[in-house]
Design a protein around this ligand. Sequence first.
Ligand code: ZN
Length: 295
Amino acid sequence: MKDYLVKALAFNGTIRAYAVRSTDTISEVQKRHDIWPTTSAALGRSMSAAVMMGAMLKGEDKLTIKIEGDGPIGPMVIDSNAHGEVRGYASNPDVHFELNEMGKLDVKRAVGTSGMLTVVKDLGLREFFTGQVPIVSGEIAEDFTEYFVVSEQVPSAVALGVLVNPDNSIKAAGGFIIQVMPGATDETIGILEERIANMEPISTMIDGGLSPEEVLSSVLGAENVEILDMVDVSFKCNCSKERFGNAIIGLGEKEIREMIAEDGQAEANCHFCLESYVYDKEELEGYIHEIQSRS
Ligand code: ZN
């Protein structure tokens, strides 16, 4: 099965739901950054949430999520969009602890239990929406639940899971977000609360081979779910030599002259995909000419 997400409605349109299988996507990030298991769980959960939130956007809108806790992972930054494309990194990929008392990866200890979760939506035409909530748990799913309730005023249930193999590779990753729309009855909410309290862990469902549709059927009841859309999900970094070059131009002439004098070149590294770009003296001088011709 490839990675994809589904968008759905349930209970006569009063419940909105998203589910994702992100195993290959998180696997690619794990391999690129050689991430240790507890970081994989923290970043994998966050990226799974981010790609579902991307699916809530339209057209070319995109979003950036920053999770800055006081744990050893340091800030995590994730970008996603409405096309199922996601990229992300943790400042410290080499974090791993003993399993917690529930036998799970100790994400809370790695992320920290105080700090901020920030979501910036780029809605085009220089229109931005920023929402920010304090980290309430550090386990990530609870933190996104808090974000939806406080920042977007949408009561939500969020489940996110990542299973890691003994060799640090990713065994399974995925999640779901279920949101209560205006008009939902107390009966519907009661049914959902009971079903969610009794469901299997999401990582077990994904590892067991359940598709995103089957995850939603299992949680909401097959007879209640109406699938609206399916979107392929993948790791995608849009960095390029030109983009970083523009950032170098933005540093200004003095800074670029210093780079030439000190190193005879400049190097830029992408935090997301670890690609590195080298700019030789001629390219840097070209940038100086470009700055001069503008002024
Ligand atoms: Zn990149």
